[in-house]
Design a protein around this ligand. Structure first.
Ligand code: NAD
Length: 277
């Protein structure tokens, strides 16, 4: 998707936020970042490791201005400490957080959930894909303005595999279920401080994370064929939902899992012929 396809405006003017989870130009975090940038947000980006920095830096630079980038391996406390200390020193205040991070081993994203899920794999998927949001939310909330000064907002990314059985999604579905429940509990804790916490349940999109799931191509195809709109989930749709949830448009909305999947999640039985070539 070319630059400039996101609606420009001033909905995020004066707001500063951390975007976690850009790996390349196809990352959902990058689509959301471009939408927020087009609406005037000031952005900091965290990336997993040095290897990714090389890919992420040119993207961030393409937005113009002084790039604000910091390493954050969410499975490492010291790395998270440094990330949030840097934010505190440089900005002092954070208005929003975008969490678009997940990981499970390739071996665990195929075949039998019961037989292929190891203790280590289960813990790793939970740690990186669910606990990391709890941890980031706690750290980010400490930098957010008081309710009187506007409070804050957070958004994470989830998938229907949390609610329904999806072939090969396996341990990631379990981690996403934990992520969605965590979203509600975090929303409860931070609500009194005026901080809204929501999740976007996106339909299948062609990203690195999707490439790690066995049968991802079929997920994409079914996601379109069975959907009510008969189309793929778009980056504009997901980024637009994030803009709604993170801007003042989303006032009064918290603890929510918003489905942005062309209506796929409401289908009980597909139309006869759906999916046939
Ligand atoms: P992506 O591969 O571009 O993004 C995943 C990100 O997670 C990467 O930036 C990666 O560096 C980061 N990450 C993994 N382990 C990390 C660690 N230890 N520390 C820090 N960062 C780490 O893929 P994506 O599809 O944009 O995924 C973003 C989010 O969207 C994920 O939570 C994913 O589950 C969710 N999601 C994706 C889809 C889809 O179809 N692509 C659908 C619904 C939800």
């Amino acid at each position: 998707m070319a630059e400039g396809e996101f609606p420009a405006g001033a909905l995020m003017k004066g707001k500063r936020g951390l975007v976690m989870g850009v790996a390349n130009k196809n990352s959902i975090a990058w689509g959301i970042a471009r939408q927020l940038h087009a609406q005037g947000a000031e952005l900091a980006f965290s990336y997993q490791d040095e290897a990714l920095e090389k890919r992420v830096r040119p993207l961030v630079e393409s937005l113009g201005g002084e790039p604000f980038m910091v390493t954050a391996d969410v499975s490492n406390d010291a790395s998270m400490d440094t990330c949030f200390e840097t934010l505190k020193t440089k900005w002092g205040r954070l208005d929003f957080l975008v969490h678009a991070i997940a990981f499970a081993g390739k071996d665990e994203l195929q075949g039998s959930f019961t037989h292929n899920t190891t203790r280590e794999g289960f813990k790793r998927a939970m740690d990186i894909s669910a606990f990391s949001f709890v941890d980031a939310a706690r750290r980010a909330s400490a930098l957010m303005p008081s309710r009187e000064e506007g409070g804050g907002a957070m958004v994470t990314l989830t998938y229907l595999g949390a609610e329904r059985v999806v072939p090969n999604y396996n341990v990631m579905g379990v981690a996403k279920a934990a992520l969605e429940a965590s979203t509600r509990y975090i929303a409860r804790d931070l609500g009194p401080a005026g901080i809204r916490v929501n999740a976007i349940s996106a339909g299948p999109m062609r990203t690195l994370a999707m490439a790690g799931i066995s049968g991802g191509r079929q997920l994409m195809k079914t996601g379109k064929d069975w959907s009510l709109l008969k189309e793929d989930t778009t980056m504009e749709g997901v980024a637009g939902a994030a803009l709604y949830l993170l801007s003042d448009l989303g006032k009064s909305c918290t603890g929510e899992v918003l489905h942005v999947d062309a209506g796929f999640h409401v289908v009980g039985v597909p139309d006869a012929g759906d999916g046939e070539e």
